[in-house]
Design a binder for this molecule. Sequence first.
Ligand SMILES: [Zn+2]
Length: 119
Amino acid sequence: MGQKIICKSCAAEFDANLVRCPYCGTAYAPAEEKEYMGKLEAVREDLHQEIQKGDRRIGKKMGRTVRNILIVIGVILLLVFGVLWITARSERAGSDRKKQEFLQNQGITTQQEVETDGM
Ligand SMILES: [Zn+2]
C-alpha cells in the first residue's frame, strides 16, 4: 500500500499502486500485476492454511498409526531377539559337539581328497 517504486526512466520515487509514473508518464504495468499477484497470493495463502489444517488432522491420525506400528515392530523385535537368544544359548551348549563333528567331517574330506589325489 505505502510501497514506493523507483521509475525506470526518470528514477523518481512514486506510489507502487500507480500504473504510470506521475513525473514522466512511463507506463508502469507491475502495479496491475502486483494486484493480480496479491490476489493469487491470498488464494494461495488460503489454500495453504486449509492444507495445514488437513495436515494437522491427518498428522494426529498418522501419529496414532505410527505409534501402533512402532509398538508392533517393538514386539516383533523382542520376539525375534528372544528366539535368537534362546537359539544362541542352545547352540552354544551343543557347539562343542558340533565343532568336533565339523572338524571330523573336514578331516574326512581332506582324507578323501588325499585319496583322490593319490589315485
Ligand atoms: Zn518517471
